[in-house]
Design a protein around this ligand. Sequence first.
Ligand SMILES: [Zn+2]
Ligand SMILES: [Zn+2]
Length: 254
Amino acid sequence: MLRFTSLGSGSSGNGLVVESGATRVLMDCGFTLADTKARLERVGLAPSQIAGIVVTHEHDDHMGGVARFALRYAIPVYLTRGSAQWLPPDFPAVLVRYVDSHTTFSIDGLSVEPFPVPHDAREPVQYVFSDGAARLGVVTDLGSVTQHVVEKLSGCQALVIECNHDLDMLMEGPYPVSLKHRVSGRFGHLSNLDAQRLVSALERSRLRHLIAAHLSQQNNRPELAVRALSAGADCEPGWIGVATQDDGFAWREA
Ligand SMILES: [Zn+2]
Ligand SMILES: [Zn+2]
């Protein structure tokens, strides 16, 4: 059985736990040590139960808390060579596991499939997790949808997909022009409409969980993201979940 829960999602910090049997993997950690521990406690876990941390890219909201947490609890960190350049220089090599962005690997029986994504980071990837029966696909920072991303996310039982902004809210909002262009650009973040189009392009016959993630507090509203994903998946809005910055979302079984 594959279970997953979010510790929080958004530009102030991300963390998602995937569990298969007794194996638990943390994807990204953008929270302080104390905050990560508190958020894990909230979902019934202790830091010692985390077998590995898989990193998507070096931005602070994903990697900001990784090194300290990994060091404190001696947890191996899985990341691309590009992301690894942002580890502190004195980070112990014994805790580093390099990820090739096209090669599936396994952490204590949990399969982890990285795939490269367009985003303004050094070597960003996102991941599909599988216990052999169910697949969970996650994309939290994606500038634009590639055919490769569509192939990787097709056929999943569960999807967590970035719905960063409503394009009108972003463009009419308070961000400086350069930041508006960065966020909405091909290496920035997925808008609600982009996410809707991504979902509609996927093979969805096995899909049972669809969750909007990495919502901008400034440039989006949960109901807009929900409306976009329900339109993309051609389903009732009540079926769509939303990951929040403070609480993430509760455990779900893929
Ligand atoms: Zn992010
Ligand atoms: Zn990012």
